[in-house]
Design a binder for this molecule. Structure first.
Ligand code: DGY
Length: 320
């Protein structure tokens, strides 16, 4: 008998066919994303579950007595309560590596669009307000030759550093839990303290996973250390930043601008003051969202799922 799995997100048909070769599949077919209650109702028989970031906690696991594995279509797995999963011997998997270059592309897009104010000026042109291109109010700041401080030199951080170093001749410095000699060599990057990074970077880029240890890693104290001309970019998770402190820093011109792919609450509330600030470029958490990369992520998640529910070693088991 094939193991039963529940697919909670739409996935490409080729990926679904791969899972169906090995498992009996049920899937969510609603027009809008599955709600928590709907998900809880579908888990009674499931041995495997394919999701993108839905919260996996005691309550959910209590509804899933046969569950063996949860496969996330994302590299981040802050949605997993790993203790609750471990207590029940449930494997959690994620999709590292296949998204590195795509997320790095987007990080560069945020650097460029904040520095050169691209969304703001695009709006100005489309609103018919273009009067004089030599008008100082339209000027931005340079990216090339500036100092990029990367907080979190993982695989994505390094891919961002490569683009910045070799594409824009930026000076790279970084802060990380552990030193990364291979990244230092590749990028001619300096490992610096968090304090020094914040004080001396023209662009401060956050690319850390969200854990208890990185919650509000950047707050009032950290914004106070940044240059007034600093541009802050967050492509990690919204909860790594104290959003109120960020709003204050932007409103009080403590920093120049921010580029944000992620927010504390997602989807972000239309009332969030960040959406009203012209010096903030916002995106709807789309770092990895290209057709190719999302396909690759879904296929990797499917391979993880199938391996886990058929008693094989999944390629990407997450550890604490
Ligand atoms: C990831 O894979 O963690 C990306 O942020 C998309 O959720």
């Amino acid at each position: 008998m094939k193991p039963k799995v529940f697919i909670a997100r739409p996935i490409p048909s080729e990926v679904e066919a791969y899972i169906a070769d090995h498992c009996t599949c049920e899937k969510w077919t609603g027009a809008s994303p599955i709600t928590r209650n709907e998900l809880l109702e579908r888990l009674k028989d499931a041995e495997g579950l394919l999701i993108t970031g839905e919260k996996i906690d005691d309550e959910l696991l209590d509804h899933a007595p046969n569950l063996k594995a949860v496969s996330n279509i994302s590299v981040g797995y802050n949605n997993f309560d790993l203790d609750a999963m471990k207590r029940r011997n449930i494997i959690g998997t994620n999709t590292p590596d296949v998204l590195n270059e795509t997320v790095a592309d987007l990080a560069l897009a945020l650097i460029l669009s904040t520095a050169r104010r691209i969304p703001e000026l695009d709006k100005l042109v489309k609103d018919g307000k273009w009067e004089d291109q030599d008008d100082e109010p339209l000027f931005g700041v340079d990216v090339h030759g500036k100092t990029l401080g990367i907080i979190g030199m993982g695989r994505i951080g390094e891919a961002i550093g490569r683009r910045a170093k070799f594409g824009f001749n930026m000076t790279i410095q970084y802060h990380n839990r552990h030193r990364k000699p291979e990244s230092e060599k590749l990028l001619d990057a300096d490992y610096v303290s968090m304090e020094e990074l914040l004080q001396t970077s023209d662009f401060v880029l956050l690319m850390v996973p969200f854990t208890e240890g990185t919650k509000h890693l950047i707050g009032k104290e950290q914004f106070a250390l940044m240059k007034n001309s600093a541009i802050f970019i967050n492509t990690s998770r919204g909860q790594t930043v104290d959003e109120n402190a960020l709003i204050q820093a932007l409103q009080n011109q403590k920093i120049l601008a921010a580029g944000l792919d992620v927010f504390d609450q997602e989807p972000v509330s239309p009332d969030n003051p960040l959406l009203k600030l012209p010096n903030v470029v916002t995106l709807p958490h789309i770092g990895s969202a290209t057709y190719q990369t999302r396909f690759d992520m879904a296929m990797l998640a499917a391979k993880n799922l199938v391996a886990a529910v058929t008693g094989k070693q999944p390629p990407n088991i997450v550890q604490e």
